[in-house]
Design a protein around this ligand. Sequence first.
Ligand SMILES: NC(=O)C1=CN([C@@H]2O[C@H](COP(=O)(O)OP(=O)(O)OC[C@H]3O[C@@H](n4cnc5c(N)ncnc54)[C@H](O)[C@@H]3O)[C@@H](O)[C@H]2O)C=CC1
Ligand SMILES: C[N+](C)(C)CC(=O)CC(=O)[O-]
Length: 319
Amino acid sequence: MGAPVEPESVRHVACVGAGVIGGGWVAHFLARGYRVTAWDPAPDAEQKLRRLVDAAWPALTELGLAPGASRDALTVTSTLDEAVAGAEFVQESAPEDLELKQDLLARIDAATPAGVVVSSSTSGYGMTEMQQRCATPERLVVGHPFNPPYLIPLVEVVGGERTAPEAVRWASRFFEVAGKSVITMDREVPGFIANRLQEALWREALHMVAEGEATVEQIDASITEGPGLRWPFLGPCLTFHLAGGEGGMAHMLDHFGPSLKSPWTRLEAPELTAELRDRMVEGCEETADGRSIADLVADRDRAVIAVLRAVREVRGGGA
Ligand SMILES: NC(=O)C1=CN([C@@H]2O[C@H](COP(=O)(O)OP(=O)(O)OC[C@H]3O[C@@H](n4cnc5c(N)ncnc54)[C@H](O)[C@@H]3O)[C@@H](O)[C@H]2O)C=CC1
Ligand SMILES: C[N+](C)(C)CC(=O)CC(=O)[O-]
C-alpha cells in the first residue's frame, strides 16, 4: 500500500453510492467539516441526496457542527473518476450485490492512488470476496456503519485476506477522528459483530410473524418497551450479568443455561415466502399508523439524539 496522508490531515472524502447509507455518510462527513464529493449513477441521485442531507441537517446542527461545516462543501459529480479525484478517503455504499461491489471496488481501485484507503459499507460481505478484482487490494477495508450513519456512532472495521494491517489501523483511526465509535475486528466474521446479533433477533421476528405467533406491532413493542430500554447503557452480556442478581453472570449461566439449550438448538432460518414478505410489509404499515417514512426518520432522529444525550450524561461525558 502507498503512503496515505495522516488520518488527522484528511480534508476531502469521496462517497460512492448515495442512497440511504451513502447519503447518511455524506451528511455525517459534511457535518464534521469535510469537503465531500459524491457519485451515484441514478438519474435522480443528486436531488435525493440533497433532500436527505437537508432532512438530516437540523439534527446535526442540534448535535453541533464542526467549525466551517457546510452543506455547500458537497459536490455531486457526473462520473466516478471525478468523485474520487483528489479524495484522501473513499467510502463505497452501493447496493448489496457481490458482483456489483467487486466490479465497483476494482474501478475505484483503478481510479485512486494506492495510498488512499477505500472502505465499503457492506452489511455482510467479507472484504476477501469483494477485493478479488482489485490491483491494490491491500488498502481495501470494510467500514460497516449503522443507519443513519450521521447519528449512530458505531463503525465496524475489518480487512480481508489481502488487506494490509496498516490500512485497517489507518481506517479505524480515520473514523475516530471523523467522530465515529469504532470496533476494529482482527478477523472476518460473517455479519461482523452487530449484524450477527441483529440477524438472530430478526430471524426470530420473521419466524414469529410467519407462524402467526406475534404481530409486527407486538414484536416492535416487545423491544422498545422492554429489553431495548436497557441496551443503550448495557449490552446484552452485562444486562444478563445483572439477571444473575448478586451471583452475576456465573449464577445466571448456572441457573438459566440448561433451560436455554432448547431455544438455542431449535432455531433455524425461516423461509422468506411472498406471504411472509407481504405480512411484514402490511404489519409495518399498520405499526407506522399513517406516519410517512419522512415522519418516521424525523421521529427517529429526535429520539436517537435524546438517547445519545442521556447516555453521555449517565456516563459523565456531559450532554
Ligand atoms: N440500509 C441500511 O440500513 C444499511 C445498509 N448498509 C450497506 O450500505 C450499502 C448501501 O445500502 P443502502 O444505502 O441501504 O442502499 P440504497 O439502495 O438506499 O442505495 C444504494 C445506492 O447505490 C446506487 N448505485 C447503484 N449502482 C451503483 C453503482 N454501480 N455504483 C455506485 N452506486 C450505485 C443506487 O443508485 C443507490 O442510490 C449496502 O452495501 C448495504 O449493505 C450498511 C448498513 C446499514
Ligand atoms: C438492514 N441491514 C442489515 C442492512 C442493517 C445493517 O447492516 C446495520 C443497521 O443499520 O442496523
